[in-house]
Design a protein around this ligand. Structure first.
Ligand code: PPS
Length: 301
């Protein structure tokens, strides 16, 4: 990733959403929404802090039949680049297919470019309560994001959809509304990866038409779990200079848990969140999927 420190404070507004100018510019965002997808491309889509890096690692390992070499020698942003980042236009031309591409963009931004392509799209979602907590902590170490202020202030901005990368609710609604319409779209939750990583790898590998033998799945599991990813410099962002990500303020691979929101939310915040969630996801068939999974997880403790 090329360093242009002068852009650390810059924000780019695109389709009404603000993006960090350190990673995005109008040209790169425009390039993303008019991108020519290839049928062999694999696109990982997520709202930030939903398990993006985890899925990047999983798909890299599946594509290499469990061999960890690439995932241990090439940084995740170089092997699974974000479509909308400024360095990607050139990089994507050099990647040999099947290309693994990542995006945080909304469906209403990318739908047109994806129309008619056979690109396999994997949408990763996470309980928004855990997402906002993870995002809040990330604002402390990422110098290309503004100061998050108090958790209460940040939570309000998240609920209003005024944080960088836009409204979680619109992102989730937009992509999941395509589940019936797009046959090449798979929804995977952070919680299911956490509960059954082996099962999630098999689900993703079969969607990618890359069936693996048991030994290969086991190798993917070994290199995809939290502790091995936390140690892997190609994923944990310790290669990034501390002026950009200050690891004295926290780790990118922070806790990796389901239900950490309980350590940050007051009862009042929880009620407020549930109210907004219900309102905003009205009519959305898979609205409370993570809470169910979370209760199941709690039962095991
Ligand atoms: S980003 O910046 O959008 O790419 O962030 P993203 O990768 O989506 O989210 C980071 C959170 O995912 C956690 N993570 C994992 N949890 C469990 N197991 C594995 N293997 C794993 N890999 C990443 C990471 O710790 C962040 O969550 P929090 O809750 O902050 O720990």
């Amino acid at each position: 990733m090329e360093s242009d420190m002068s852009r650390l404070e810059v924000t780019e507004t695109f389709h009404g959403v603000i993006f960090p100018g350190y990673l995005h510019n109008q040209e790169s965002l425009q390039h993303a929404v008019t991108f020519s997808f290839q049928d062999t491309d694999i696109l990982i889509v997520s709202y930030p802090k939903s398990g993006t890096t985890w899925m990047q690692q999983m798909v890299t390992l599946i594509s290499n039949r469990g061999d960890p070499h690439v995932s241990q020698t090439v940084p995740n942003w170089a092997r699974t680049p974000w479509l909308e980042h400024h360095y990607s236009a050139d990089l994507l031309q050099t990647l040999i297919g099947p290309r693994i591409i990542t995006t945080h963009l909304f469906h209403h931004m990318l739908g047109h470019a994806l129309q008619g392509s056979k690109t396999k799209v994997i949408y990763v979602s996470r309980n928004p309560k855990d997402t906002v907590v993870s995002f809040y902590h990330f604002h402390k170490l990422a110098n290309f994001l503004p100061d998050g202020g108090s958790f209460e202030e940040f939570l309000n901005q998240f609920l209003e959809g005024t944080v960088h990368f836009g409204s979680w609710f619109d992102h989730f609604k937009g992509w999941t509304s395509q589940l019936g319409a797009m046959t090449n779209l798979l929804h995977v939750t952070y919680e299911e990866m956490s509960k059954d990583l082996h099962g999630a790898i098999k689900k993703v590998s079969s969607f990618l038409q890359c069936p693996l033998v048991e030994e290969e799945v086991n190798s993917c599991v070994r290199h995809c779990n939290f502790s091995s990813m936390k140690e892997n410099n190609m994923i944990n962002y310790t290669l990034i200079p501390h002026e950009i990500m200050d690891h004295s303020k926290g780790f990118f691979m922070r806790r990796g848990e389901v239900g950490d929101w309980r350590n940050m939310f007051t009862e009042e915040m929880n009620q407020q969140f549930d109210k907004v969630l219900q309102e905003k996801l009205k009519g959305c068939s898979i609205a409370f999927v993570w809470e169910v999974e979370e209760e199941e997880i709690d039962e095991h403790h």
